[in-house]
Design a protein around this ligand. Structure first.
Ligand code: IPM
Ligand code: MN
Length: 350
């Protein structure tokens, strides 16, 4: 029995989470394991009702679970930053989910905007550092409100934080066993403090502990160019928090869109949290039209992390079948099926 905390969240989050749970139950039943869900009502609606974003008691309760399954955070009536920082980022930080793992994989039958590229070209993983950089929130205003105002937004990179992220990325490249290549995505030509540290740590750890892995470096601007031009160049990319945020939205687009992109906020020694990376898509709320495959993919990643790798592989395979043989487009409203029917198709093809 696995204990899963479920945070359906805002907008279309609850609709896609429902499909994810349906698939989890089905695969669990056939593989002989059970998942026990505890739902938490967190997000924009609760905040509007009670002013609460994330009670301390809930953070402590969440530590007791095997994993957390999250729908989406973000509400059109709530000022940007309140829920993002107060809920999503706070959970990542407090649960020390220091890795944001985002696979970028184009499934057969899925349309990509890249010219002349197919599934054999788009198959890499981004390991995004998830607790530091500009997201650490260091900075402030000087002379706020005056014509001489200065806003400072600092990026914090600690050697320990960088080392643990790099080790995870190297281990992932070993385990993945594809090209055995790790690309550090940085900006050593401008961010000469942050990426000096990253680069030194990258080579020291690689040389000493992972000599089998080929080390590669690309500036972030070149990385996005290569992602479009030659995505087959990449196996595993490791990068700092903000760059990882930005390049994984491009990653989502080249793998077919937000409807399919899943990610995990991972604490390898603690509780991890899995989510579709696309957001709450409020304009589609309640219409049963958004694509649940990203949420279902996140559920598969969750299974893998809690130790049910076979079940995870079955779910991923079923998603591939559904993409290839059934749905027309990954875009909301254009799938040829509604949200629930796509979930049913995944269950049927398990
Ligand atoms: C993501 C999101 C978040 C981030 C936002 C909602 C705070 O864009 O998970 O990529 O920037 O990390
Ligand atoms: Mn993002």
């Amino acid at each position: 029995m696995y204990k899963i905390a479920v945070l359906p969240g805002d907008g279309t989050g609850p609709e896609v989470v429902r499909e994810g749970l349906k698939v989890l139950d089905a695969v669990g039943e056939s593989a002989g394991f059970k998942l026990d869900y505890t739902h938490y009502d967190l997000g924009g609606e609760r905040y509007k009702r009670t002013g609460e974003v994330l009670p301390d008691s809930v953070v402590d309760e969440l530590r007791q679970f095997d994993a957390i399954y999250l729908g989406a955070i973000g509400h059109p009536d709530v000022k940007p930053g309140i829920l993002e920082k107060g809920l999503l980022l706070r959970l990542r930080f407090e649960l020390d989910q220091y890795i944001n793992l985002r696979p970028v994989k184009l499934y057969p039958g899925v349309e990509t905007p890249l010219k002349d590229k197919g599934p054999e070209h788009v198959d890499f993983v981004v390991v995004r550092e998830n607790t530091e950089g500009q997201y650490a929130g260091a900075g402030g205003f000087l002379r706020k409100g005056t014509p001489d105002e200065i806003a400072v937004q600092e990026s914090i990179c600690t050697r320990k934080g960088v080392d643990r992220c790099l080790r995870y990325a190297y281990q992932y490249a070993m385990k993945r066993n594809k090209d055995k290549k790790l690309t550090l995505c940085g900006k050593t030509n401008v961010l000469t403090y942050a990426f000096d540290l990253w680069e030194r740590a990258f080579h020291e750890i690689g040389e000493k502990e992972f000599p089998e892995i080929t080390r590669d470096y690309a500036h972030v601007d070149a990385t996005v160019m290569w992602m479009v031009k030659n995505p087959e160049w990449f196996d595993v990319i490791v990068t700092e928090n903000m760059f990882g945020d930005i390049i994984t939205d491009l990653g989502a687009m080249i793998q077919g869109g937000m409807g399919i992109a899943a990610g995990g906020n991972i604490n390898p020694e603690g509780v991890s949290m899995f989510e579709p990376i696309g957001g709450s898509a409020p304009k589609y709320t309640g219409q049963n039209v958004v694509n649940p495959l990203a949420a279902i993919g996140a559920a598969a990643m969750m299974l893998d992390t809690i130790g049910e790798a076979d079940a995870a592989a079955r779910v991923e395979k079923s998603i591939m079948t559904v993409c290839e043989s059934h749905i027309k487009s990954l875009a909301a409203g254009r799938m040829g099926y509604n949200t629930q029917e796509v979930g049913d198709l995944v269950v049927k093809n398990l």
